[in-house]
Design a protein around this ligand. Sequence first.
Ligand code: 5GP
Ligand code: MN
Length: 335
Amino acid sequence: MKPIQDIFPLLSQPRQVVITTHQKPDADAMGSSLALKHFLVQLGHSVTVISPTNWAGWVNWMPGVKEVMDYEMDKPKAEAVLDKAEWLFCLDFNIFHRTKTMTEKLKQLSCTKILVDHHQEPDEASFDYGISDTAKSSTCEMIYDLIVTSGNAGKINEEIGECIYAGVIGDTGSFRFSSTSAGVHTLVADLKSKGLRHGGVHDKLFDNFLENRLRFIGHVLLHRMEVFYEYNTVLIAIPKADLLKYQIKTGDTEGLVNFPQTIQGIKLVALVIDRDEERKWSFRSKGEFDCNTFARNYFEGGGHFNAAGGRSSDSLDKTVEHFKQAIKENSTLLQ
Ligand code: 5GP
Ligand code: MN
């Protein structure tokens, strides 16, 4: 993988560009994809954002989201666009299997593939150009850097600012996590000076749900949460029946994994949701417990040191048993 700076001289020549990201794109994934699109369009490129799957309602306000294609919803049309692409940008993921059913198609494409990502252990061999930096708060911060370091700071407008800010607050827990560097605050100061209305972005991301979602959270915290004080660990396991009863949609479970972190002394929080195709795990830790390694070792996953995800094909009961065994094996690290 050649350094991302090597594409800067090529940016002035208009191309057919596709931007893609991980399945079920969150604020950082969708925000970085759309910010990059708005930037490249200003340079004269022809740009399509393709998401591997559908996405949460709380990113539907983002400027440009209406034109984003859903690969699962319209595979032939999305594949026709992919076949014509000269450049493929891959944002906020670093290994093709994070795009689910789009994986094989992406592997087959012979166009130039460019990575911009901040997760651990990138599959660098799959990309021609790119940047992978785990010290970055978010892929949105990296897109901001790309625009500025390529000499195009003047192209950052209100719509790019909103998209970038959304990803930054999404991935830093609104400036809480250790990835919130001085550079992140400088970036926000710059966006503010360019007219960003930050309060509106918070509202659209975090205060934009229906009543059922709050009642679901109440139910889950009361009935589906288990605290293992001997391992400083909390587990939430959500059966499919709960999702159906409360009419839970994509994105409604975002943020749920953070609630148990408010309990004194908790080092690891694990959330597992019984989805149709798999049991999907989310892990969050505080301090020295490495979620990325834990997710890789036990649940076919990965991510960051303090936030990672994984999956299992087992039943909910079986994967929960596997988790209980895993925290026993990690008990020293969890003290
Ligand atoms: P979340 O729990 O919010 O879904 O994910 C936490 C972090 O781990 C995010 O940065 C996400 O991109 C990453 N992640 C989630 N699931 C997986 C997975 O199955 N594999 C890998 N490598 N990363 C994941
Ligand atoms: Mn991210």
